[in-house]
Design a protein around this ligand. Structure first.
Ligand SMILES: Cc1cc2nc3c(=O)[nH]c(=O)nc-3n(C[C@H](O)[C@H](O)[C@H](O)COP(=O)(O)OP(=O)(O)OC[C@H]3O[C@@H](n4cnc5c(N)ncnc54)[C@H](O)[C@@H]3O)c2cc1C
Length: 476
């Protein structure tokens, strides 16, 4: 017998792929509306939820990470199920999802670093932001990384908040880091750091930097590190002056004030320094027997293009710096999903307002939606994903209005369990993630830190199995 999709007899069944902020805001949007009965099944390739909130947001920004409390409330709703350790494209296909759900929302983020196409980029000692940040945040993909912190000089390419996060983590003392949830094996390596100078490079000038004033302020509060900038670097060229005269944007004014203040800092006042270097483009990473030993940098000049945008171009003035570590923080890009239309020009899953579309015809692909960084590219803070997800959910609900379908003979939970068991995927439901969560928090409390993360999937699964076995043994 046919029922309206979204009725009590035949709820609207949605799969969300990815459990970062955008996935949870999409779930929240689906639960908040009153018109449809909705059930949400959320899948993540990791056994742990929360995407970049767990694995990207800096470990010394615990207040920001506490947004997961809101996500947990969503996850505990009876109409919600979490399937951790399940990867779309590896364990399940898009076709299998579309067959079992009324709609699929891709919320897979932007997991890959944009490449820096210069010679020497693959030398040992040159790392992407994803690798380093994943490692210090305990992401299982980067658990085996090794960094040589006997380096005295480090280059960080880029000057957005991600670059600032990296510089700050490299600048802190063991005591400052001890109150974070950086895993112990990472802290052991960071504690041996011999770093003295961290150079941050921006392509354009002080007025065009992308970091934000609160992050800048934190750099002035570090125990053994002083931020410095050569006053000559702060001289604005004609075009920037012109822009500044017209717009007195608060963020820019605060950053210029910060830079002016630190230009008066004494570099010798603390044993470690963060140097702000503007109008520079890396040209080549030098290596000695395959290991980073220096960086060639070109000075840039700024110019106004035909559209009036301020661009940089390299001059033939070159500099060399004997750095031993290079971190590349020039942005992220979306990793295409198998069989899902990808807009190479925009670098996102092809979509209009969150409806996935065919790349050539721009016609919507029925049942497929996208949200978050995978939809709009890697820009915006956690909160930006909320209106973004609402837009996607709005289209999804509109497309499912007045549709009918037969009631299902099995519950959605049985349908998904059957599929995953056939694939022999050791999936992790939310209550099993909570076993891990509790253990990480308890271990953290014992060590007087926010949490001690488990950093390999094998260990996560082993802990969950052991705890479940213990519980079933103790049950009467
Ligand atoms: C280093 C860094 C620091 C940041 N710090 C801040 C900050 O301090 N404050 C702030 O507001 N914002 C910060 N942001 C931005 C914020 O993290 C993003 O806006 C947000 O995480 C984007 O959410 P998302 O859901 O689109 O992607 P993500 O958070 O990346 O979530 C994507 C999820 O999809 C999963 N996934 C991927 N592929 C698959 C697949 N094939 N199958 C199943 N699951 C899959 C991933 O495992 C992940 O859990 C930071 C970003 C970075 C990179």
């Amino acid at each position: 017998m046919q029922h309206k999709i979204g009725s009590q007899q035949r709820p609207l069944h949605i799969a969300i792929i990815g459990s970062g902020p955008s996935g949870f805001y999409a779930a929240e949007g689906l639960f908040r509306q009153q018109e449809f009965h909705v059930e949400v099944d959320m899948f993540d390739r990791l056994p742990t939820p929360y995407g970049l909130v767990r694995a990207g947001v800096a470990p010394d920004h615990q207040l920001i990470k506490s947004v997961t409390k809101i996500y947990e409330r969503i996850a505990l709703r009876p109409e919600f199920r979490f399937w951790g350790n399940v990867e779309l494209g590896k364990h399940v296909t898009k076709a299998e999802m579309l067959e079992r759900f009324d709609a699929v929302i891709y919320a897979v983020g932007a997991q890959v670093d944009r490449g820096l196409g210069i010679p020497g980029v693959n030398f040992l000692g040159s790392y992407s932001a994803t690798e380093f940040i994943g490692w210090y945040n305990g992401h299982p993909d980067y658990e085996n990384m090794k960094f040589d912190f006997s380096a005295k000089k480090v280059a960080v390419i880029g000057m957005g908040n991600v670059a600032i996060d990296i510089a700050r983590i490299l600048s802190k003392t063991p005591e400052e880091l001890s109150v974070t949830d950086i895993p112990d094996h990472v802290l052991d390596q960071l504690h041996r750091s011999q770093i003295e100078d961290i150079y941050l490079f921006a392509r354009r000038g002080p007025m065009q930097v992308a970091f934000t004033p609160p992050e800048a302020k934190e750099l002035t509060e570090l125990e053994i590190t002083v931020p410095v900038v050569d006053p000559a670097e702060l001289k604005l060229e004609y075009f920037s002056e012109k822009i500044l005269e017209k717009s007195q944007e608060r963020r820019v004014m605060q950053l210029l004030e910060f830079l002016d203040t630190i230009s008066k800092n004494d570099p010798a006042s603390k044993p470690r320094r963060i140097h702000f270097c503007f109008r520079r483009s890396p040209q080549e990473i030098y290596g000695n027997k395959g290991v980073v030993c220096g960086l060639k940098i070109a000075q840039n000049e700024l110019f106004e293009d035909e559209s009036g945008a301020l661009k940089s171009r390299e001059t033939d003035v070159l500099e060399e710096l004997d750095v031993q570590l290079v971190f590349r923080c020039i942005g992220y890009k979306v990793d295409p999903l198998p069989d899902v239309p990808f807009d190479a020009a925009r670098g996102t899953i092809a979509n209009i307002g969150g409806r996935v579309v065919d790349v050539d015809s721009q016609k919507p692909c029925p049942q497929e939606y996208v949200t978050g960084w995978a939809k709009r590219g890697p820009t915006g803070v956690i909160g930006t994903n909320k209106p973004d997800a609402q837009e996607t959910v709005g289209f999804l609900l509109k497309d499912n209005r007045n549709r009918e379908a037969e009631a299902k003979h099995q519950s959605q939970e049985e349908i998904v369990t059957e599929l995953l068991q056939a694939r022999q995927v050791p999936f992790v439901p939310f209550e099993e993630w909570k076993i891990l969560d509790q253990l990480e928090l308890a271990e953290g409390e014992r060590k007087q830190k926010p949490r001690e993360k488990v950093t390999t999937v094998e260990e996560m699964l082993r802990i969950i199995q052991e705890k479940k076995a213990e519980e079933s043994y103790s049950e009467p």
